[in-house]
Write a protein that binds this ligand. Structure first.
Ligand SMILES: Nc1nc2c(c(=O)[nH]1)N[C@H]1C(S)=C(S)[C@@H](COP(=O)(O)O)O[C@H]1N2
Ligand SMILES: [Mo]
Length: 388
């Protein structure tokens, strides 16, 4: 029991005691909050020096402390390139500029009047990977569909590219052959017109019914459901519509994957942009309840329906995990549970793998070796537990 944390300690550390206690009357299998008598079995390969707050503007989410299908604002992971800009919500406006019939400058109140719809969307940073898998969260957002704002502005026929700028900026070196220029740039990301209009992209001003915090990009952020975190531009200040492709650093250079692909028996090296989430699952938490152990896995992808999430214990067979019906939103993360009976004392390895309805299977680490850069690591992640 030395490794185990009691439920009460868990609740204290996660600050969710009230919410969790009010939920124990619901069937426990449908909830990530722990039941009475349920204790955490921490991962044996969890880094000892783990720090959830490595910097004031960075936060990692420890999935072992998960208490709800929706990540609370004060637990949602956070990361960005230029720190947090200072924004006065009263004078802040969202500018809609460029190739539109009716350029606009919208206040938060005006956006609220256009909006009020909800979207459940989870996302991870494209750099999220083992051993922590802590750059992930699942939100219940309130806001305005991007389409509503674009239709209101009226896209001109020549409009091809929608660029999203945050209010945050910093100096960047732009290299051109032998020359280097240091210039100030805002965080910017873009989507092709057709992709943006075909997506369920969303301008969010609230998370869990509360105005966005500074961490989450107050007063307004973009959410591109089913995509990685980078496109979810925080502190959104301008939507600029243009004909040419946008080639800013975080669009054209920083968020790229270099990967080998066998094409007609020949290895081709391709560089691709970070866009939709790659099919992924991982074991997020293990708990003990009496003599049984419960394994919770999280699965996340671009919204393609999942066929299964399976679990392998040590050298055993893959066994099906049970989907948790409280996490069924198209773009939300999904929980899968497995009750592990008759576990022997000692160290064990647990790994999950997701399969979607198109037949795509989450790759093993070996299968992903052809990917040179570390972004988009959706490989199967074996984790260890030590049972008393
Ligand atoms: N304005 C702005 N938006 C940004 C970023 C940034 O640096 N500036 N970083 C992106 C990246 S890389 C990620 S993973 C997500 C993180 O969102 P979160 O802090 O709400 O978790 O924000 C995205 N949006
Ligand atoms: Mo990211």
């Amino acid at each position: 029991m030395a490794h185990e944390t009691t439920r009460r300690e868990m609740l204290k550390t996660t600050g969710m005691a009230a919410a969790a206690v009010s939920m124990v009357t619901l069937p426990e299998w449908a909830l990530p909050a722990m039941a009475q008598g349920e204790t955490l079995v921490p991962f044996a390969d969890w880094p000892e020096n783990f720090n959830a707050n490595p910097a004031p503007d960075r936060r990692l989410f420890n999935t072992q402390g998960i208490t709800s299908p929706y990540t609370a604002a004060d637990q949602f992971f956070t990361t960005q390139h230029y720190g947090h800009p200072v924004i006065d919500p009263a004078s802040w406006r969202l500018k809609v500029s460029g190739l539109v019939d009716r350029p606009a400058s919208l206040s938060v109140d005006e956006l609220r009047k256009l909006g009020g719809t909800e979207l459940v969307a989870g996302f991870e940073c494209s750099g999220n990977r083992r051993p922590l898998q802590g750059l992930i969260g699942n939100g219940r957002w309130t806001g305005v569909p991007l389409k509503t704002v674009l239709e209101r502005a009226g896209l001109k026929a020549s409009a091809r590219e929608i660029v999203f700028f945050g209010a945050d900026k910093g100096p960047e070196e732009v290299e051109f052959r032998a020359q280097k220029f240091s210039v100030e740039q805002n965080y910017g990301r873009s989507m092709a017109r057709d992709k943006a209009l075909a997506s369920d992209a969303f301008l969010a001003y609230a998370l869990d019914g509360q105005p966005l915090t500074r961490h989450q990009g107050a007063p307004l952020r973009l959410i591109v459901p089913g995509w990685y975190g980078a496109p979810n531009v925080k502190w959104l200040s301008e939507i600029h519509v243009q004909e040419d492709q946008y080639l800013g650093k975080f669009q054209a250079r920083w968020y790229r994957t270099l990967k080998g692909e066998m094409i007609n028996g020949e290895m081709k090296w391709v560089e691709t942009a970070i866009t939709h989430l790659q099919l992924k699952s991982f074991v997020a938490r293990v708990t003990r309840m009496g003599n049984d152990y419960k394994v919770l896995a999280i699965a996340l992808n671009d919204g393609t329906p999942l066929k299964s999430v399976e679990l392998k214990i040590d050298d055993g067979q893959w066994v099906a995990m049970t989907p948790d019906t409280t996490t069924s939103a198209k773009y939300g993360w999904k929980f899968y549970n497995y009750t592990w009976k008759g576990a022997a004392a000692g160290e064990h390895t647990l790994v999950s793998r997701a399969t979607d309805t198109t037949g795509k299977v989450q790759p093993t680490e070996a299968e992903l070796e052809v990917k040179k850069t570390f972004l988009e690591d959706n490989s199967q992640h074996p984790r260890k537990v030590r049972l008393a």
